[in-house]
Design a binder for this molecule. Structure first.
Ligand code: B12
Length: 340
């Protein structure tokens, strides 16, 4: 079997050259050589995708390059999926999905493959699945477990709706993905049955889930109520902050921007910062705010913009949240801490 460093270099070269056939052939060769499918997914495909994300974040790769690379990784993951589906399942049915507002489909595809490779009869519902569709599958399929992947903080509220739907039917639910951070704090706060950091972790926790679970307990009323109001007011708050923050104000209207332009990036920042506040209210984990201010700092610094604009953004957010005392206090306490 080839050394991993060599494999990674060849896979990255295929992505950089937009050569889907080379990436797929390499993955098929690794599987034919006997490499574990979960290792191919985590150590080659997922690992390279995160590098792609860092290049986009730092403005080194355009949005078009990122999209092309992702399309190749999706094709490579499909090749792994075809390979693992050649062996009949030996365990019960499971559902894998992303909740509404979550468009990062690839991590869920990877989890689906990893579970299928370990014998589960996995069904992938894909990105941005509505709770109604999940409910329908819960009833039609009677799964032993649900696995939900969540990459963006803005999809944590809809993931909570998945947790409510699944546990109301008695079905255990495992969650994971970057929006859950580095431990199980957010997962537990939202009422999930289990959390894991990796695809191999997903395989391990799904195997250990209880057969039946009670409905997830209600969330603390005060913060959850404020989060619900923030959601309704999201668009107005973003519009107000866009005028007040010097970076978005100078970048011009987002409607005229192309993907990756500063106006586009600044608009993303404003959405993400409010999502981070909403996620902190919902989960009680204020790290969502400091992690997001770190991310914004990196976006600004690598685009040559003074980091002082990130501190300024903290003030703009605080000033915009006058009607939201809990959210405002969280920003005052935790936003600046993430800026480096
Ligand atoms: C490709 C990509 C996209 C594509 C997705 C296409 C697709 N078909 O999937 C598109 C273009 C749609 C997209 C959109 C956006 N994206 Co994007 N995207 C990425 C990118 C580059 C790769 C994602 C990926 O495939 N990662 C590889 C996966 C496999 O790794 P992983 O997520 O860590 O998954 C592992 C574990 O977390 C775990 N796991 C995952 N799910 C589960 C589930 C369970 C149950 C368990 C147990 C474990 C588990 O196992 C996996 C394998 O080991 C990331 C960069 C990154 N760092 O990941 C950004 C990234 C996630 N995106 C980001 C952003 C900002 C966005 C947008 C807001 C930007 C925009 N305006 O377009 C939108 C938001 C869309 C939405 N609402 O969902 C940011 C998020 C930053 C933040 N602070 O939250 C990132 C981190 C990029 C960055 N560095 O800034 N994106």
């Amino acid at each position: 079997m080839r050394e991993l460093a060599d494999v990674l270099a060849r896979y990255e070269a295929a992505l950089a050259a937009d050569d889907a056939a080379a990436a797929r052939t390499l993955v098929e060769q690794l599987l034919a050589d006997g490499m574990d499918p979960v290792t191919v997914l985590t150590d080659v495909v997922a690992r390279t995708q995160r590098t792609v994300g860092t290049r986009w974040q730092r403005g080194e790769w355009s949005v078009a390059q990122e999209h092309a690379a992702t399309a190749i990784s999706v094709a490579a993951t499909r090749a792994v999926s075809r390979h693992v589906r050649m062996t009949p399942p030996t365990r019960g049915p499971v559902l894998v999905a992303c909740s509404e507002r979550e468009w990062h489909a690839l991590p869920a595809m990877i989890i689906d493959c990893a579970l299928r490779a370990n014998g589960w009869d996995s069904t992938l519902l894909g990105a941005a699945t509505s709770p109604m569709r999940l409910n329908q599958h819960l009833q039609d399929l009677g799964p032993e477990a649900v696995a939900v992947s969540c990459s963006v903080l803005g999809a944590l509220p809809t993931t909570r709706r998945f947790i409510e739907a699944s546990t109301a039917a008695g079905v255990p639910i495992a969650v994971g993905g970057p929006a859950f951070g580095y431990d199980d704090v957010r997962a537990r706060a939202l009422g999930a049955t289990a959390w894991a950091a990796t695809a191999q972790g997903a395989v391990d926790v799904v195997a250990g889930l209880p057969a039946v679970v009670p409905p997830a307990p209600p969330l603390p009323a005060g913060p959850a109520g404020e989060q619900a109001l923030l959601e309704v007011d999201h668009r107005r708050l973003v519009d107000a902050m866009r005028v007040r923050w010097s970076v978005s104000a100078a970048a011009g209207p987002v409607e005229d921007a192309s993907p990756g332009d500063l106006a586009d990036v600044a608009a993303d920042v404003l959405h993400q910062v409010l999502h981070a506040v909403a996620a902190a209210l919902l989960t009680g984990d204020s790290r969502t705010i400091s992690e997001t201010s770190w991310w914004i700092g990196d976006l600004m610094r690598t685009r040559g913009i003074d980091v002082a604009t990130v501190y300024e953004l903290g003030d703009v957010v605080t000033a915009s949240l006058t009607e939201y005392p809990l959210a405002r206090a969280l920003v005052t306490r935790h936003f600046a801490a993430g800026i480096t």
